[in-house]
Design a protein around this ligand. Structure first.
Ligand code: SF4
Length: 267
């Protein structure tokens, strides 16, 4: 899948986050800050130098993020974090201005969604996909009914880090563009069982919702045996399982009609 990275861009308008549920225990933001020896606490949210990246231009006036890219948004925090309420309106504006990009953020704070919206959101910006993250059954049963009721044009359910077998079938319908599942990474990672992943896939197939197994995590249990998977292999090993369903070109769900220009992405 590495050949597809050129269609993606990262935009982290702020950095740092507070832990909110069991999935946050070994949060990668905290792990990365520790690895790089940051002096500032990971729980302290601060605006980054790249805050306005989507509207930044090069000297020749072209956009720094070229047209047509999928922009992973706010992956070193949570886009709906309360600490960022004062900055978010400007981000919505940038998303609206760059309707030629496709923004994707995910959140563990979906219960804050309605209070975080811009006035012109309507039933959703067409170029924004929102992912609701759930890590166990309790979080699925709390967050997914809320998620289901929200006006969002493109919805994704992120089951990660998957900490136990989860039944999300009551919350699956045609409004969900995809379900993406994965295990936990990091030294202390809690194990993810392949049978949980397969069960989730089965739930998606039954409702004809796209499914993607995006990473194994660092401890992966298959056929009763625990495997330690190095970080560099966690994505590729999941991909090799070859169990994705209704996932189209560039790992985008088939239901999402985004205009890809192949000429932009291949040498
Ligand atoms: S919500 Fe996400 S970014 Fe924030 S602490 Fe939890 S895992 Fe980390």
């Amino acid at each position: 899948m590495s050949e597809h990275w050129e269609i993606y861009a990262d935009w982290n308008p702020w950095h740092g986050c507070t832990k909110i549920s069991p999935g946050c225990k070994y949060c990668y933001v905290y792990r990365q800050d520790e690895m790089y020896g940051s002096d500032i606490s990971s729980s302290q949210c601060r605006k980054t130098a790249n805050f306005d990246l989507p509207v930044k231009r090069r000297r020749d006036k072209s956009w720094k993020i070229g047209s047509g890219k999928v922009v992973f948004t706010c992956f070193t925090s949570d886009f709906l974090l309360k600490d960022a309420d004062v900055w978010r309106p400007e981000c919505w504006q940038m998303m609206r201005q760059r309707s030629d990009l496709w923004f994707f953020f995910f959140t563990k704070r979906i219960d804050r969604f309605m209070e975080c919206l811009p006035d012109d959101w309507g039933d959703g910006y067409p170029n924004v996909m929102v992912g609701c993250t759930v890590e166990n059954q309790a979080m699925a049963d709390y967050r997914l009914p809320i998620f289901r009721s929200l006006p969002i044009k493109h919805k994704s359910i992120i089951v990660a880090p998957m900490l136990e077998a989860i039944d999300i079938s009551p919350y699956l319908d045609a409004t969900i563009d995809e379900v993406s599942a994965g295990g936990e990474s990091g030294y202390d990672a809690r194990p993810c069982h392949y049978e949980w992943i397969l069960s989730l896939r089965q739930q998606c197939v039954a409702k004809e919702v796209a499914f993607r197994f995006h990473q194994t995590g660092a401890r992966f249990v298959k056929d009763g045996r625990l495997y330690r998977v190095k970080r560099c292999h966690q994505l590729s090993q999941a991909h090799k399982a070859n169990i994705d369903y209704k996932i189209g070109k560039y790992l985008v769900p088939e239901t999402v009609k985004f205009e890809w220009k192949d000429s932009d992405y291949h040498e």
